[in-house]
Each structure stands twice: as C-alpha cells, then as structure tokens.
Design a protein around this ligand. Sequence first.
Ligand SMILES: [Zn+2]
Length: 275
Amino acid sequence: MSADLSRLSSWLRCPVCAADLEPAGPLTLGCANGHRHDVNKRGYVSLLGGGTKHLGDTADMLDARDAVLEGGAYSPIADAVASAAATVLPERILDAGAGTGHYLRAALAAAPDARGLAMDLSPQAVARAVRSSDRIDGLVADTWRPLPVRSGTADAILDVFAPRNLPEFHRVLRPGGTLVVVVPRADHLGSLRAGGTMLDIPADKAEDVITASEPLYALQARETVAYDLPLTDALRDALAGMGPSARHAASGGTPASTSADVTRVSVDVLRLARR
Ligand SMILES: [Zn+2]
C-alpha cells in the first residue's frame, strides 16, 4: 500500500524536538530541525524513541483479541464508545492503545466524516489497524512517554482497557474535546478470574479515574455496560489470552482454568470533557 504521508503527518510531531513532522520523502517524515523518521511501507510510523521498556501485545494476543472482538462479544462496549465519541461530532479521533482498531472502527462508523489515528505499542497491532480501514493512520508509540502527537489535534481520544496519560491526552485534545475511557468493573469476567489466572480489578476503578482526571477534565457521563456473555471453549480461551494478564499466564500460569458456560461482562464507560 502507499501511505498518505500528508494525512499521517498532520497528526504528528517530532519525538526528538517536538516540531511538526511533514512528509520528507517517499517513506520519510521530517521536522524543520533535520530529524528524519522512516514510515513503514505498510503505512504506519514508529516514533517510540529510546528507553521504552513496556512490551507490546504479541501476535497470539492480537489473534485472541480479534477472535473476541470481531466475534461480537464486546459489541455493546463498542457501541457505547462510538456513541460517546460521536457527541462532539469528531473529525479526528485518536485511539490510544488501539490494538487492532476495533473500537476506533466503531467510532468512525458513527462519525462518517472523521478519520482516525490508531496508536499502540505493538507494531503488529498498528499494522492490522491500518490495513483494516482506509480512514485509519497508524502510530507506534508509548502512552507513558510524551506523545509524538501535535497539540490540540484530536477532537476525541479513545482509551479502552488501555493505559492513560491524562496530561498528554489533555494536550493532544482540542479545547472542548472529549476523552472516552473504558475501565472494567470489579465483577468483569468474574467467572474467568475465579480461576486465579487473570489480574484482579480494583473495587471502583472508574471512580479512581474520575478523581485523577478532575483537574483537567469534567465528567460528562458515566455509563455502566453489563451483560451475561455465553462462553464456548474457544471464546473462554480467547478472553483469557487477549491480555493484559495473558502475558503473566504465559510466563507460568495456565490460561482459562474454569469451565463456566457464561461470564459477566461489566465495564464503565466514562465521557470526560477537556477543560
Ligand atoms: Zn525534530
């Protein structure tokens, strides 16, 4: 594929000096200070910089995530995310921790004139997201570091089961833009976690996010999405394998230990307005 470097670079700033990035060659972005960054021929750019210690999702984890999401197991969550993002009539949507782009595609479907930037630590995830839609550009970057994204360039940011960098999201959002956060509730996937292989969830994670975001964001809406999800063996394994606890399981534990035939999906969807 040939990447649209103008569209891609319109999101981006140099990770070295923070100057805007512009097309500087067939597969190169550059800044006014002479820093050059190669664009992958699959249409995304990696601006990780040095020193990143966090691991991106593996191909196995992405396969598991695709199996769960494209099978529709989390469709009510995707619908809630898309509705929340659509409230600001977005033209530019950044998905931080996009994975393979499932939630970003849902948000774009609800905002026909919008385009999206799929940001993830995993190059394989970003490549899949870019391949999945001609309205999605891709960025490999670490949410915990200063984002190589221009200030005020996003109307909406999605953060679905992903790390949050609230000050950087604030900088990247335009004034009045919206941050959509999905966090698990304490009983999320309870029958799977009862086997002890998946990470425990804090009692009220949404409240923690609301409190932490208060100086920079105003809570607009808090919606609980909860339903019983019938389980097959394949879905049980995929849910356990899609992480983040999958990496822990792979390093010693055993995935998907219970034989429950139903589990509870239970999340909070927060809509936060940038102050
Ligand atoms: Zn630079």
